[in-house]
Design a protein. Structure first.
Length: 294
């Protein structure tokens, strides 16, 4: 006898399985992901001057009141009149202000777009115009060499081997090192650095080493220490910044200084002593702690 109930259940299971497979197939979808290549380009930029600091400030001098300016607000109200007034000032020394004359239009555009347009004019030149616009710069007194020194950096300690009281040579069983460093290059005002083309300061190292396996003769003590010889040149000059603010130009004079460290040589100093009496109770001599004798 055929079991119809069992057949019906099997058909139902088969049907569900087939339907499930169809449903899964229908839900499958092909998706193509395109990798994004982001591009960031500069369209325009504005470079703002750093506000001059009072560090090294010597004096402030009133230069000129410019025309084409609202005296109550300091705002430029007549660009052409202002330009002619500024150009008239620059033409008082065409050599000194040659770059200013060439860039006068861009200078005026910077002034007109700067915060100084909203500042009130100030007749007193004592306050420092931290919000002013730099319209001229240069050396009022050229920087010059003020001093020159030969110097040496060294270590008072030594790496040593002591075989001073032994009649038998020995072999060093481990490595000893002693290192020193010194900054070489320019430190100080960037104006002096640019004037002479000095390099930025960078560290220089020297290492003394007694390596494993080195031979130390009988009745001998010896050692090494590192040293760095260099030249130190000091420079000083007077630099000016012309600042526009509130319809007037004022000149600020600064003392600019700098130090240039130039390498002469770097090496190791050697020291040794021999126990000529070959005394077993002799005291090992002490290496010198003063400047290297080189």
């Amino acid at each position: 006898m055929v079991n119809f109930k069992k057949i019906a259940i099997c058909l139902c299971v088969v049907g569900l399985t087939s339907f499930s497979s169809i449903a899964v197939f229908a839900s499958e979808e092909k998706v193509q992901v395109v990798s994004s290549k982001t591009v960031d380009e500069l369209e325009s930029s504005t470079i703002y001057e750093d506000a001059p600091t009072t560090s090294g400030l010597i004096r402030v001098e009133k230069v000129v009141d410019l025309e084409g300016v609202d005296k109550s607000t300091g705002k430029i109200i007549d660009k052409e009149t202002f330009r002619n007034s500024l150009l008239k000032f620059y033409n008082t020394d065409k050599v000194k202000y040659s770059e200013n004359i060439k860039n006068i239009n861009s200078t005026i555009d910077k002034i007109m777009s700067s915060d100084t347009q909203s500042r009130a004019t100030t007749q007193d030149i004592t306050p420092f115009y931290a919000d002013g616009q730099v319209v001229g710069r240069g050396w009022s007194k050229e920087p010059k060499l003020t001093s020159s020194e030969n110097r040496v950096t060294f270590n008072r300690d030594w790496v040593t081997e002591d075989n001073y009281r032994s009649a038998v040579a020995i072999t060093v069983s481990y490595t000893k090192t002693l290192k020193i460093s010194r900054d070489i290059g320019f430190e100080g005002a960037v104006e002096i650095k640019n004037k002479f083309g000095f390099s930025a300061s960078a560290s220089v190292e020297q290492t003394s080493t007694i390596s494993q396996g080195a031979n130390v003769p009988a009745w001998t003590a010896w050692g090494y220490r590192p040293y760095i010889k260099y030249k130190l040149d000091q420079y000083s000059g007077e630099y000016y910044l012309m600042i526009y603010a509130g319809g007037a130009i004022n000149t600020y004079y600064y003392t600019k200084t700098g130090s240039n460290y130039s390498l002469i040589t770097k090496s190791n100093e050697y020291w040794s002593r021999i126990n000529t009496s070959q005394s077993l109770t002799a005291t090992t001599p002490t290496p010198p702690t003063g400047a290297p004798n080189v």
